[in-house]
Each structure stands twice: as structure tokens, then as C-alpha cells.
Design a protein around this ligand. Structure first.
Ligand SMILES: [Zn+2]
Length: 118
């Protein structure tokens, strides 16, 4: 499953971070899911619940932050937030747009406990 492999690599990424920071515990993992990412929040949550039992921190939680679909207009240089997947600038009606956010599934933040020195 698509979401399961995403969560699997996410956990690997977090494991790597935790190792680098000598974390004793990972408490929360925050990810961003955009409407164009092709990733279902619900399926990510489910996959996380399934996979976290096998990881080093079975008590950690997953926070999913939904992000809007933001675009930059090449015509009028304004930014718009699109809601209905119609790729039209809300300022001038141009369809020459560049996606600023909303097409990604990515790690935003990891809250962990770091071993105190001494
Ligand atoms: Zn425009």
C-alpha cells in the first residue's frame, strides 16, 4: 500500500534523526499532507498505528497538519489559495500558475526527549 510505504520511510527518517540527536524517546511526529499529494490522511494515520508497534517508540503520536493548495500566478505575481482544484488565479483568471504548497507529504517536526548530558 502506498501510504504504508510512506509511513515506513517516514519512521526510518525519524529513527535516523533520533539517532543523530541521541534521543531517548520520540513523542510526536508531525507531517504535512497537501491536497495534491495523493496521500490520504486517514490511511496514513491507520498505517502509522499499525507500524509504530514495531518501531522503537510505540507510544509516539502522529500529528497531521493539512496544508492549503497555494499557487503563485506567473501573470500578476499574486498568490492564491485554491479550494476546488480549478487551476485559475483568483486575482486575474490566468491559468499560468506555479504550485507553492499543497503537493507534498513531508516531515515537519519531531518532538523527542534528548538524553541529558551527565
Ligand atoms: Zn493572476
Amino acid at each position: 500500500m502506498h501510504e504504508e510505504s510512506l509511513v515506513r520511510s517516514l519512521l526510518h527518517q525519524v529513527e535516523e534523526l533520533a539517532r543523530q540527536h541521541h534521543a531517548t524517546e520520540v513523542e510526536d511526529i508531525e507531517v504535512e499532507i497537501g491536497p495534491l499529494s495523493g496521500v490520504e490522511s486517514l490511511l496514513v494515520q491507520e498505517a502509522f498505528e499499525r507500524l509504530k508497534d514495531g518501531c522503537k517508540w510505540p507510544n509516539c503520536t502522529l500529528t497531521i497538519t493539512p496544508v492549503g493548495l497555494m499557487v503563485f500566478c506567473n501573470q500578476c505575481s499574486e498568490e492564491s489559495e485554491l479550494f476546488d482544484f480549478q487551476f485559475i488565479c483568483t486575482h486575474c483568471g490566468s491559468t499560468s500558475l506555479r504550485i507553492l504548497s499543497g503537493d507534498a507529504f513531508r516531515l515537519l517536526n519531531v518532538r523527542m526527549q534528548i538524553e541529558s548530558a551527565g
